[in-house]
Design a protein around this ligand. Structure first.
Ligand SMILES: C[S@@+](CC[C@H](N)C(=O)[O-])C[C@H]1O[C@@H](n2cnc3c(N)ncnc32)[C@H](O)[C@@H]1O
Length: 278
């Protein structure tokens, strides 16, 4: 998997600064490069340019780049799909066009020209893939380049998958019309974990799913809303008591809502045996 690219190139649509510039993030780390291979590059800029994702790219922590797969078609109709051998419903994305688009991403990437090297992964969004979760987001946040292939139609020719794709990833057991939304979901979860993206890193360690627990309930002003008061302990100023309350709430929620997580949590944090009274 992950064969070396050809030297084909083509046009692409940019959604942020070009990683070919090879700029570095504050602290000297190169930005994590996201490359999206897609038939619909126009869906990316609004999400990637907004909120924390937009700030992360402005601050050089990530770079987002879209490549229009259709630009790599060689016929006058700009064909990217064809009928499956052996018959059957629908159309398949052509391996030659996909390979040319993928090669262009690798060729243009700053990582390919870096003497320091780095870690790269080509991911195909697919309902047949491994389920994406917080653990995988953490693992992928440690890479230097992620190439995300957004499928359409009935899927992709298997030979492209065998030759170029390192991992197939699913965002859940349902079938979507294309890989763009899953790619954006993954990008959001991964970018959020990069150092410097979320201001208060404490909030990351208390997030839902951290340490196999869900988040505790949260309240803001007003103190009373529609007959419901904020729990007294949160107004007490007693930080130890607040931390204990929050931990107990996280445990209770997880036990009630997510027995699978709760079982894992108990395995890692077995209840302490109560001391027998004499
Ligand atoms: C209509 S789907 C193709 C489904 C394919 N015929 C199958 O049965 O596996 C088109 C594309 O949407 C994307 N996709 C659909 N559901 C997905 C999911 N749950 N997770 C990740 N990608 C998905 C994939 O890129 C896929 O190639």
């Amino acid at each position: 998997m992950g064969h070396p690219p050809n030297s084909e190139s083509g046009q692409s649509s940019k959604s942020s600064s070009d990683p070919a510039s090879g700029g570095t993030a504050p602290g000297g780390k190169r930005p994590l490069e996201f490359w999206f291979l897609t038939l619909f590059p126009e869906v990316f800029p609004s999400i990637l340019g907004s909120s924390l994702l937009g700030k992360a790219s402005q601050r050089g922590l990530v770079s987002y780049q879209t490549i229009q797969i259709r630009d790599f078609s060689t016929d006058k109709h700009r064909t990217v799909d064809d009928t499956p051998f052996g018959g059957g419903e629908g159309m398949l994305m052509k391996p030659d066009v996909l390979h040319a688009a993928w090669s262009s991403a690798i060729e243009r990437s700053a990582l390919s020209r870096s003497s320091e090297g780095g870690r790269s992964l080509t991911i195909l969004l697919s309902p047949q893939g491994r389920h994406f979760d917080q653990e995988m987001a953490k693992e992928l946040a440690r890479y230097d380049r992620l190439i995300l292939i957004c499928g359409h139609y009935e899927g992709l020719d298997e030979r492209f998958i065998e030759n170029c794709v390192d991992r197939e990833v699913s965002v859940g057991d349902y079938v979507l019309t294309g890989g763009e939304l899953p790619a954006l979901v993954m990008t959001d979860a991964i970018t959020r974990l990069l150092p410097g993206v979320v201001g208060n890193t404490q909030s990351l360690t208390e997030d839902s799913l951290e340490n196999d627990l869900l988040k505790y309930p949260q309240y803001t002003r007003p103190r009373e809303f529609q007959g419901k008061a904020v729990p007294e302990v949160l107004l007490s100023g007693d930080h130890k008591a607040i931390a204990a309350w929050r931990k107990a709430q996280r445990e209770e929620r997880t036990r009630e809502r997510r027995p699978d997580l709760w079982a894992r949590y108990l395995e890692k944090n077995p209840p302490k045996p109560s001391r027998k009274k004499r």
